[in-house]
Design a protein around this ligand. Structure first.
Ligand SMILES: Nc1nc2c(c(=O)[nH]1)N[C@H]1C(S)=C(S)[C@@H](COP(=O)(O)O)O[C@H]1N2
Ligand SMILES: [Mo]
Length: 246
C-alpha cells in the first residue's frame, strides 16, 4: 500500500487524489460531469481508506445469487471449469516494472485475506459472503507499479450484451486493504455464477465494480484510451457512475 498511501497524509489525500485524476483527460471530463458532486462530497466527508463493515459467519447469506454474466461462453472456459482451471492465467502488467503471469496456484500461495462483507447491487439486492484471496496491493507491489500509473484496469473473460466486461479503480481503492483477488466464496472455490475462478472484491464500491472471470490487471495512466473511455462496462454503455463508492 504502502508506498502510495504512505506518500499522502490524511490532509493531502483530498488534493493529492483529486489533482491526479484532474490531470488526465478522462479525469477532467469526470470532474466536469454533474455526477461528480458524489465523488467530491464523498472524498470530503469520508476517509476512503476506512474499512467496509465486516460481518460474522452467522450473517452469511444462504444463497449468493449470480448477476450479469453467470458464465463465460467459450469451450476453453467450459473445459477449464470442469478441470479446476489448471490453465487459467492472470496477467498483471501495463505500467509496471516487472509484468507477471500468475496461475491459481501462485495466487493461493500468497498471503491470504478473508472478509465477510455485504455486496450491494444497484439493481436493489444485497448479499453477505465470505471472500478469500490475496490483497491486490501484494500483486501491485510485486510487479512494481510505475509512478505514471493513475488507475488499475481489470480485464474479464466474459461478454455481457455483446460487449467485453471490464472495470477500473483509482489507486486509493487499488491499495485498499479489502481489495482482494478472490478465489473462494464461503470457503469453497468460486462458483461459476459468481466469477470462477477469480473475481475482484473492492469492498468500498457498489457491485458492478467487482469484476468476475478475471484475466488481467493493468496499470494505466488514463482511462480515456481503454475500451469506451469511461472506465468500465456499465460506465461506457449505460451511463453508470465510474465512482461508485459507499
Ligand atoms: N465479468 C463480470 N463481472 C461482473 C458482472 C458481469 O456481468 N461480468 N456483473 C457485475 C454486477 S452488476 C454485480 S451486482 C456483480 C454480481 O456478482 P455476483 O454474480 O457474484 O452476484 O458482479 C459484477 N461483476
Ligand atoms: Mo450489480
Amino acid at each position: 500500500m504502502k508506498r502510495r498511501t504512505a506518500l499522502v497524509g490524511i490532509g493531502a489525500l483530498f488534493t493529492g487524489a483529486c489533482s491526479k485524476i484532474a490531470g488526465s483527460p478522462a479525469g477532467q471530463s469526470l470532474f466536469d460531469a454533474a455526477e461528480n458532486w458524489h465523488l467530491k462530497a464523498h472524498r470530503a466527508l469520508t476517509d476512503r481508506r476506512a474499512l467496509a463493515p465486516e460481518f460474522g459467519k452467522s450473517d452469511i447469506s444462504p444463497v449468493f445469487k449470480g448477476n450479469g454474466s453467470v458464465t463465460v461462453v467459450s469451450d476453453f472456459y467450459t473445459e477449464q471449469l470442469a478441470r479446476g482451471f489448471p490453465d487459467w492465467r492472470l496477467q498483471v502488467g501495463g505500467l509496471v516494472k516487472n509484468p507477471m503471469t500468475l496461475t491459481l496456484e501462485n495466487l493461493r500461495a500468497l498471503p491470504q485475506r478473508s472478509q465477510i462483507t455485504r455486496h450491494d447491487c444497484v439493481e436493489g439486492w444485497s448479499a453477505i459472503g465470505e471472500w478469500t484471496g490475496p490483497q491486490l496491493s501484494t500483486l501491485l507491489d510485486a510487479v512494481g507499479v510505475l509512478p505514471e500509473a493513475n488507475f488499475i484496469v481489470f480485464r474479464c473473460a466474459d461478454t455481457l450484451y455483446g460487449k467485453k466486461y471490464y472495470e477500473s479503480v483509482d489507486m486509493i481503492d487499488a491499495y485498499h486493504p479489502q481489495t482482494i483477488v478472490a478465489h473462494e466464496l464461503n470457503g469453497e472455490p468460486l462458483p461459476e455464477k459468481n466469477g470462477a475462478p477469480l473475481r475482484m472484491r473492492i469492498e468500498r464500491q457498489l457491485g458492478y465494480k467487482h469484476p468476475k472471470y478475471l484475466t488481467g490487471i493493468e496499470a494505466v495512466a488514463n482511462l480515456d484510451v481503454i475500451e469506451g473511455g469511461k472506465g468500465g462496462f456499465w460506465e461506457d454503455n449505460y451511463g453508470y457512475q465510474w465512482y461508485a463508492g459507499m
